[in-house]
Design a protein around this ligand. Structure first.
Ligand code: NOJ
Ligand code: CA
Length: 680
């Protein structure tokens, strides 16, 4: 780790690009000098602005807070001091989309004070990286600001351009959830939206993503249009039942507010800005953490072939689970998820949330026996904990449940929070819930348990500090293709997810449904509103590479993989990566990604398209020059089409090297998956 003067690192480029700050302004530039943040006070109000190559991206944007019981912290401010430092460090992720991450930034800490009583003080800390900027508020302990209640954060993001944004709404009528389809439109029309919020300037030259990092003990941030038809977005904190967003005591720090920047859409991912702004790993050892593929007693319930509840169709029986364990062992999968194993599912499980036991199994499920059988076959059970949002019930049982799983040698859980109400009227994303989700991660870490969260908070980079926080849902996943009233996820969905939801972090999308048409009785001409998978088979394979998750499911029923040559790709594809390159993309249209497996020489490529057929030209220049490789190509077959003919798949093999250019043909709603391994 190296700390030295930021001015040294800012370099000549910064000096050339950014006009000198005016008196009263303080400024910090990214190490490459292209991005600069200017902080200033105008008529007592503190603002920051952001420019890239001298061009404004964010106009002066207000900073401050509204409190309950004390005046807002916004007016009558002055800058009393500023300090700088720089940081240049490479660190290694225990697992991830990339192994090595460069934390290279210039920091500016601005001390601010109210000119009149109560003369409250805070520090505004900025970090400028080449790929974006983060800032946070820090409140030292001080008289007049001990315990406080924030009702609104006044942080603004005043966009200079009426950029195009891809968004999902955040208003509470939607159950505070993220399981929605994205729409795109100008920033000026946004009302209340979730982050990460991905935007493209009208000239197509800059991409911006507003999000947050290191959300530990605060309210989750959404964004709201702060005026009609203008381009200013304001932080919109999720509230507790009494209208307070955050209760705290000084000393106190907010999460980082982040603005990721890229010139090309292909540079947005993999996104490491938020990881760099989280504290380093707190676990003494990460040896027990292992990315893996898994199968599970899961899709059967979603398509109505099995039930979570007891009865003749109960999925989680000892016998059925052993069948899944055998299947996992025979095909090299590391885990078997079992949902509906524990008591509490009978009746309305969403309403009866306090009935869930996290230790007591249904009589037809012998947990110790199944765990022992799995272990003997070299597979682990992934224990399901659906809470239906009953967090008190869950927290009461956390210690005993995790101790039980640990004693049985089980090292992974999948949690769930299906509900439209949290007791006390708190938002699903309020500080109460932020604390809860964190408590679960920490308790799980103590017992050596990896965590996969459904109906989660958005990812703010927790995995850096707690690498047992593996993956989460937090978006419309494959499950919607089983039962959604609108027919399922449209072909463009995953091409948007890649640049929105997955910018925040890994997603448990659960790819790999092979039985695409499902309703065989109606043949190929399905009613458009019928729920079904809206991709070709080859696209289901490509999703393993495109939609990153360190716990990656083969989601279909084992019988649907039998005698399917395409299943070989699901068995072969890696889940942990040294390197990731986005080869080509347009948000909402298509994306092609190449990733090299962790600690190996094999590459995997996934390319997907929306409802349009496309041909991509993919140079394999990332391969090692002079080395010979074999490509195994899983392509859409003749006349493949997501709607009418999704199943044809052509599997071919050919020698390739770093000079090869592949013509990647994608059918409507199609995809292509490629494994490239060194020639024997
Ligand atoms: C919703 C989750 O996303 C899904 O994976 C799970 O099967 C159900 N809840 C039941 O917990
Ligand atoms: Ca869900």
């Amino acid at each position: 780790m190296r700390r030295h003067s930021g001015l040294l690192l800012a370099g000549l480029a910064a000096v050339a690009l950014a006009a000198a700050p005016l008196p009263g302004q303080v400024r910090v530039a990214s190490p490459d000098g292209r991005t600069s943040v200017t902080v200033q006070v105008t008529e007592g109000r503190l603002t920051y602005s952001l420019a890239r190559d001298g061009r404004p991206l964010l106009l002066p944007s207000t900073l401050g807070f509204q409190f309950r019981g004390t005046p807002a912290l916004r007016d009558g401010l002055r800058i009393t001091d500023s300090t700088r430092q720089s940081h240049d460090e490479w660190w290694t992720q225990p697992w991830g989309e990339v192994a090595r991450v460069h934390d290279y930034h210039n920091e500016l800490a601005v001390s601010v004070e109210e000119t009149a009583a109560p003369a409250r003080r805070f520090t505004l800390r900025f970090r400028a990286f080449d790929d974006g900027v983060g800032f946070r508020y820090e409140f030292p302990r001080q008289p007049g600001l001990d315990a406080f209640e924030i009702t609104d954060e006044l942080t603004e993001f005043a966009l200079a351009d009426n950029a195009r944004a891809w968004s999902i709404p955040s208003d509470r009528s939607r159950m505070d959830r993220s399981e929605m389809l994205y729409s795109s439109g100008p920033v000026s029309l946004l009302q209340r939206v979730q982050t990460p919020l991905t935007m493209e300037t009208q000239d197509g030259h800059t991409y911006l993503v507003i999000h947050e990092a290191d959300l530990e003990d605060y309210a989750r941030m959404n964004l709201r249009g702060s005026c009609i038809e203008c381009r200013t977005l304001q932080a919109d904190l999720a509230l507790m039942g009494d209208g307070v967003a955050v209760r705290g005591k000084t000393p106190f720090m907010t999460p980082w507010r982040t603005i990721q920047l890229a010139d090309r859409v292909t540079d947005l991912s993999p996104s490491v800005l938020g990881l760099n702004l989280n504290p380093p790993n707190k676990l003494a050892s990460t040896d027990w953490i292992h990315p893996m593929k898994y199968v599970g007693i899961w899709w059967g319930m979603h398509i109505g072939k099995m039930t979570w509840s007891s009865g003749p169709l109960h999925g989680a029986t000892t016998e059925n689970t052993k069948r899944y364990i055998d299947f996992a062992a025979a095909n090299g999968f590391g885990g078997v998820l079992v949902e509906g194993w524990n008591t509490g599912w009978d009746g309305d499980w969403i309403k009866n949330r306090d009935a869930f036991s996290f230790t007591q199994a249904y009589p037809d499920y012998d947990l110790p026996a199944v765990a022992a059988y799995a272990k003997q076959r070299g597979v682990r059970l992934i224990v399901h904990n659906e809470t239906s949002g009953g967090i008190q019930n869950y927290e009461r049982q956390l210690d005993s449940a995790f101790a039980l799983y640990h004693s049985l040698g089980l090292d992974a859980i999948k949690t769930g929070y299906v509900t439209d109400t949290i007791a006390g009227g708190h938002s699903h994303w309020s500080q109460i819930m932020v604390r809860h989700y964190r408590r679960v991660i920490e308790a799980a870490a103590r017992d050596g348990i990896m965590v996969d969260v459904h109906e989660p908070l958005h990812d703010t980079g927790e995995r850096r500090t707690w690498p047992n926080m593996m993956t989460r849902e937090g978006s419309r996943g494959q499950e919607y293709n089983a039962w959604s009233g609108d027919g399922g996820n449209p072909p463009e969905h995953e091409t948007i997810l890649f640049f929105t939801r997955l910018i925040a972090g890994p997603m448990d999308y659960t790819p790999g449904i092979f039985d695409i048409m499902r309703d065989r009785s109606t043949g190929t001409a399905q009613r458009p509103d019928q729920p079904r998978v809206r991709t070709t088979l080859a696209k289901q394979l490509a999703l393993y590479v495109v939609l990153y998750s360190p716990l990656q499911m083969a989601a279909d029923l084992p019988e649907n993989y039998e005698h399917q040559p395409a299943f070989q790709f699901v068995k072969d594809v890696a889940v942990d990566w040294d390197t990731t390159r986005v080869l080509d993309a347009r948000i909402g249209d298509y994306v092609a990604v190449a990733r090299r497996e962790r600690g190996g020489q094999s590459w995997f490529i996934g390319a997907i398209t929306d409802e349009e057929p496309r041909t991509l030209d993919v140079p394999l220049s990332f391969l090692m020059p002079g080395k010979r490789y074999i490509a195994e190509i899983y392509a859409d077959g003749p006349k493949a089409d997501w709607l009418t003919n999704p199943l044809p798949i052509t599997i071919t093999r050919r020698p390739v090297n770093s000079g090869t250019r592949l013509r990647v043909l994608l059918a409507p709603g199609g995809g292509q998956a490629i494994r490239i391994r060194p020639a024997p």
